[in-house]
Design a protein around this ligand. Structure first.
Ligand SMILES: NC(=O)c1ccc[n+]([C@@H]2O[C@H](COP(=O)([O-])OP(=O)(O)OC[C@H]3O[C@@H](n4cnc5c(N)ncnc54)[C@H](O)[C@@H]3O)[C@@H](O)[C@H]2O)c1
Length: 441
């Protein structure tokens, strides 16, 4: 089955391979872009440091709703570049005053769509962190804004450019694994145990909690949520499936010719963490500690599973995706590279060690940034372009919809509608808290 997705994928794949040869050298030269960061926390600064190291950004603005990381990021930028980047708490004001050509969006997931669309409308190219958004129609609105503005959007799905992922994909496509009927993706980590609620507390000095919650429901401040711990609060993110699952589901959509599943079913719960608490005085997280999501494609079945406990290291691989084929099992991993275990007992397993060229922490941000610059220079799609990244980000969102509904959903991926289920279609979007307005797709 060779369709247009496959053809455009091959183009982007070729660009990805280039990124380890000629592209970095080319992308490392050229004009400097007026660059701004929205969300100057852990990951935003990680990206910005790599952008600075690549040598083509003049940092003109930094935006955060919390003064501590904001001021720290201003000091960091001054130390690294000598640039006097101005700081903002309102990204709209920053976009208006600084007119950046590139904007990095590294806010929590509930705050991805509005700043990204605003930056695109202001004429900037955007490096957007994964997943693209919190709900499906927001994510679609980003794709539409990128198309309308003819801007480059690179999403932080950095495994699409990781050298061992690229070579692993080549191996998978070579046919050596045979016909693949099933893919199983998984993350097992942590020790687990009953989750103790934490008392709500005063908002940290310098944090605008109302803006932090923004379009999502406002909850009392709790240090379990911020900074950095929002991933397992379903108001702001989609739990482990949204955070980790999107990387591995993206590998599946990268591999297959198919664009979307036709049905999704997810189950799970909190058998280890225990009940959700949010009683006005104290809170626990509310995401599942155990989850299985099954994605039924035309020609194969993909299953996601996570456990946030029993991460003992006793299993062969703690993360990744097993592709099960008629010739054997292929494991695409992270810090353990990839391995093919042939069905033929006499054949030798094939293994490639992880490769993180010029990458310190196992996240392939430096090559992803160079690919982004090269895409802007050459007016081409980057490796983690927005339409494909949107489709990958939709998969965890569908999984969470099924999990919340407690039933399977049939998905029309072309129309981006659930078939015959109005309640499920209601979850494709959500009410935004005023004054913020849900973006129209
Ligand atoms: N690609 C990857 O492998 C990878 C790795 C880590 C994180 N991430 C992504 O990066 C993003 C940020 O994650 P993090 O761990 O740095 O979170 P974080 O909470 O540490 O940082 C987010 C920052 O955004 C700020 N913020 C919140 N609302 C804002 C608003 N309206 N305007 C400006 N700033 C606002 C917060 O105050 C915080 O400083 C997430 O989307 C996450 O999924 C991706």
């Amino acid at each position: 089955m060779m369709n247009t997705t496959r053809r455009s994928f091959i183009k982007t794949s070729a660009a990805a391979s280039l990124a380890f040869g000629a592209t970095p050298l080319l992308a490392a030269k050229g004009k400097k872009f007026r660059t701004a960061l929205i969300g100057s926390g852990w990951w935003g600064m990680n990206i910005l440091r790599e952008a600075i190291a690549a040598g083509r950004c003049q940092v003109v603005g930094l935006c955060d709703v919390y003064q501590r990381p904001l001021v720290a990021s201003q000091d960091d930028v001054a130390g690294l570049t000598g640039d006097e980047a101005r700081i903002y708490t309102d990204y709209e004001e920053m976009l208006r005053k600084e007119r950046p050509e590139i904007v990095i969006v590294a806010t929590p997931d509930h705050w991805h769509s509005l700043p990204t669309i605003a930056a695109l409308k202001a004429g900037a190219h955007v490096f957007l962190e994964k997943p693209t958004a919190h709900t499906i129609e927001e994510s679609r609105a980003i794709v539409n804004a990128a198309e309308a503005g003819d801007r480059v959007v690179q999403v932080g799905l950095h495994r699409r450019i990781g050298p061992h992922h690229v070579s692993g994909m080549d191996f998978l496509r070579s046919g050596k694994v045979g016909k693949i009927g099933m893919v199983r993706m998984f993350v097992t980590s942590g020790r687990g145990g009953i989750e103790k609620p934490e008392a709500n507390s005063d908002v940290p000095k310098g944090m605008d909690w109302n803006r932090w919650c923004g379009p999502a429901p406002s909850r009392p401040f709790n240090s379990k949520i911020a900074p950095g711990r929002w991933r397992n609060f379903l108001d702001y993110a989609n739990g482990t499936l949204g955070d980790w699952g999107v990387h591995w589901l993206d590998q599946v959509l990268w591999w297959t010719d198919e664009k979307y599943p036709k049905a999704v079913y997810s189950t799970g719960g909190r058998p280890i963490s225990g009940p959700v608490v949010n009683d006005g005085k104290q809170q626990t997280t509310d995401a599942p500690d155990t989850q299985v999501a099954t994605y039924e494609f035309e020609s194969f079945t993909a299953v996601w599973e996570h456990r946030r406990y029993a991460g003992t290291g006793s299993e062969q691989h703690p993360f990744g995706a097993y592709f099960y084929g008629t010739e054997g099992v292929f494991h695409m991993g992270w810090r353990d590279g990839w391995t093919f275990y042939p069905s033929n007992k006499k054949a030798t397993p094939v293994h490639e060690d992880p490769r993180f060229d010029n990458v310190k922490d196992g996240h392939n941000i430096p090559p992803l940034w160079l690919d982004f610059l090269d895409a802007i220079d050459r007016k081409r799609k980057p490796v983690a372009e927005i339409e494909a990244s949107h489709r990958s980000s939709v998969l965890p969102m569908l999984g969470m919809m099924s999990y919340k509904l407690g039933r399977s959903i049939r998905w029309d991926g072309k129309l981006e509608k659930v078939l015959g289920d109005d309640e499920a279609n209601g979850l494709l979007r959500r009410e935004f808290r005023a004054p913020w307005v849900y973006p129209s797709a």
